[in-house]
Design a protein around this ligand. Structure first.
Ligand SMILES: Cc1cc2nc3c(=O)[nH]c(=O)nc-3n(C[C@H](O)[C@H](O)[C@H](O)COP(=O)(O)O)c2cc1C
Length: 385
């Protein structure tokens, strides 16, 4: 049998000055495995060890809370207080001990989609969320500046915990994407109006965080490029915003799209970033092709339905992306990169059924399909004996 070599997928790449051993990224995935008060638990560390052992080049953590009033839900890890650092440090150390895997901390402020039981959700403008009928509170300028500061202080803490880099969550209808969208931001001050003004918060976060951690610590962004709702952000403007991010100095962009409301407005069963059909492979590839020409030397991380190592190899070879990124496939197969590296080039076992996404509503995130198969196998084994 001829062994096909995935020369590009398994060649090292750089984000800023940090070398990544291959081009496979674990896209941020909320796990619901932290302890009370956002403290990292042993089972969370165990999950990251498994991912590191599985051969991923760069792991991006599930979204970490950076503002006590805008955390993402139960069992989320936080980094808005020094008391969160000990556990985070342990997690990073474990990943680094197990392999030469790099790890980035992803930071989120939930913004308009906030579900905190005690605090009202906030946003650039008081536009009703049609999926919840909630109207968020409009942020005052000083409150925006405080939020910028929260992202910056969390970046410094991540740096001190020896994370290799950080990623700002600027997508999926959370606060930073609320600012860049003309649908959710109708402000008339310095943070609203033109594309540049709507992107100002992202520029401010980068510049202040850069001052805090120096030039060698990569700062990435998961960037909304399309809200997937009629009056929302469209790709054409998403590309303009990506250009602003590149010119600002962000060290890599992972384009994404869809907001919580796209479910009710588009009658989609789930936001557009989650697709049901296995035919919808590489569903941000067309957008990536349009983005690439403005990216200069800034790496593009392609996420969304990447399942087949041969098409991933082709995407990298044709330079439509610099890295590929996986979320759901690594929930099913944390060792998928090693499987592909060993020569088993069958696509990811993930069916894109989104059962993992649904588990997030009730407890720890896991792959329902895999669990069912495992149960069946155990039952058969028992019957044999
Ligand atoms: C269970 C689950 C949790 C997720 N949590 C996050 C998150 O914390 N931050 C984020 O930016 N994206 C999150 N995502 C989106 C993924 O990072 C990714 O963009 C999306 O699933 C598409 O990639 P895939 O086709 O490889 O799954 C999550 C997705 C799933 C399924």
């Amino acid at each position: 049998m001829i062994k096909i070599e995935l020369k590009h997928l398994f060649s090292p790449g750089k984000i800023g000055n940090v070398q990544i051993k291959n081009r496979i990224v674990r896209s941020a995935t909320y796990e619901r495995r932290a302890m009370k008060y956002g403290i990292v638990s042993d089972k969370l560390i165990e999950l990251y060890r498994e991912l590191a052992e599985g051969g991923t080049g760069l792991i991006i953590t599930g979204a970490i809370g950076i503002d006590p009033k805008a955390t993402g839900g139960p069992d989320q890890p936080y980094l808005f207080d020094d008391s969160h650092m000990e556990g985070q440090r342990k997690l990073v150390k474990e990943v680094h001990n197990y392999s030469d895997t790099k790890i980035a901390a992803q930071f989120v402020h939930t913004g308009r989609q906030g579900t905190h039981p005690k605090y009202t959700s906030v946003a650039p403008s008081p536009i009703e969320d049609k999926s919840t009928n909630k109207i968020p509170k409009e942020l005052a300028t000083e409150e925006i500046e405080k939020i910028v500061q929260n992202f910056v202080v969390a970046t410094r803490r991540a740096y001190e915990c020896e994370y290799d880099m950080v990623q700002m969550h600027g997508a999926h209808g959370y606060l930073l994407s609320n600012f860049i969208s003309p649908y959710t931001n109708i402000r008339t001050d310095e943070y609203g109006g033109s594309t540049e003004k709507r992107a100002k918060i992202l520029v401010d976060i980068y510049n202040h965080a850069r001052d805090e951690v120096g030039k060698d610590f990569p700062i990435l962004i998961k960037l909304q490029i399309d809200d997937d709702i009629p009056s929302g952000l469209k790709l054409e403007e998403g590309i303009k915003i990506a250009k602003i991010m590149v010119d600002t100095g962000y060290n890599a962009i992972e384009p994404s799209g869809g907001i919580g409301e796209s479910i009710s407005l588009n009658k989609n069963p789930l936001p557009s970033r989650f697709v049901k059909s296995p035919d919808d492979e590489n569903y941000f590839l067309d957008s990536a092709k349009k983005l690439k020409p403005i990216m200069k030397d800034c790496p593009l991380i392609l996420v969304g339905g990447v399942r087949n190592p041969l098409s991933a190899e082709k995407i990298l070879q044709e330079k439509h992306a610099d890295f590929i990124s996986l979320s759901r496939p690594l929930i099913y197969e944390p060792d998928l990169p090693n499987r592909w590296k060993s020569g088993d080039l069958s696509p990811a076992k993930c069916l894109s059924c989104n059962s993992c996404f649904m588990t997030m509503m009730t407890g720890e995130v896991y792959c329902v399909v895999k669990k069912k198969l495992e149960k069946k196998r155990l039952k058969k084994e028992k019957q044999k004996n």
